[in-house]
Ligand binder design. Sequence first.
Ligand code: SAM
Length: 265
Amino acid sequence: MERLNISLEDVKVVYDGPEGVLWELIMGEQIHVGGFKSSMELVQKAGIQQGWKGLDLCSALGAGCRFLVKNCGVTMCGLDGTQTMHQKAQERSQAEGLADKIELRLGDVTEIPWPDNTFDFVWGEDAWCYVVDKDKLVSEAARVLKPGGTLAFTDWIEGPAGLSDDEAKRINTFMKFPYMENLEGYKTLIQNTGLTLVSAEDLTPEYASYVDFYIKMLTDQLSYDALKIIGDDMELFQAMGGEMAFMGQKAHEGKMGRGRFIARK
Ligand SMILES: C[S@@+](CC[C@H](N)C(=O)[O-])C[C@H]1O[C@@H](n2cnc3c(N)ncnc32)[C@H](O)[C@@H]1O
């Protein structure tokens, strides 16, 4: 897949600005497909255990860390590159009385600011599609895992039917993704780091129904709120709706979707 010239600086513009707020409106504090339900499935697949210390890469509003602390009895660190997200994550963890169990840092996930062999698990939910150098990201994740530690993540990926270059360019430009991996690509990246792949699952059909669900929410319930976030710009709202509809169509065709990956060090 052609790689677009999109860097962390471009992604920061999204998550420092109204688009980030819009994603929270659509998905909730956990900015990923399936929210609580998806996180719980990832917990079960990964076998997360009480007392473990985890790292959430691209932790955004910190809801992934708070979810894991509240539901799994773990302690968490979170790393995100966007100042607004980092600040809101700190405020919300403080407000929920969880700040003593969550350490949040601002930084790039391809240069993880923790030493080797620190974490029992490394976690990611629907965010690594924004990262240019996914090879470095996965090898950094492997580096900070303790021996025997678990890597568990979901991500938006190219679907099994594959996107044409034009389709990929349109979706990646709208989403500000440099490129999306596919299932085989992630399997290779994981295995190249020396981690043992436990599972790689394609969740594309489920993903397609979620895109339909988001479009229905935006058109049938949340239009006023979404418009307010983007300065009541109806033209932009309709253009964004058109791009989401295009993604939904490609998802139903099996061309773009979502994957879930588990590996052990
Ligand atoms: C979709 S949100 C993540 C959602 C979060 N995992 C959750 O489930 O709530 C994407 C996040 O990735 C972060 N991000 C993207 N590229 C990054 C990078 N190279 N380093 C650190 N953070 C990055 C953005 O700042 C943004 O907060």
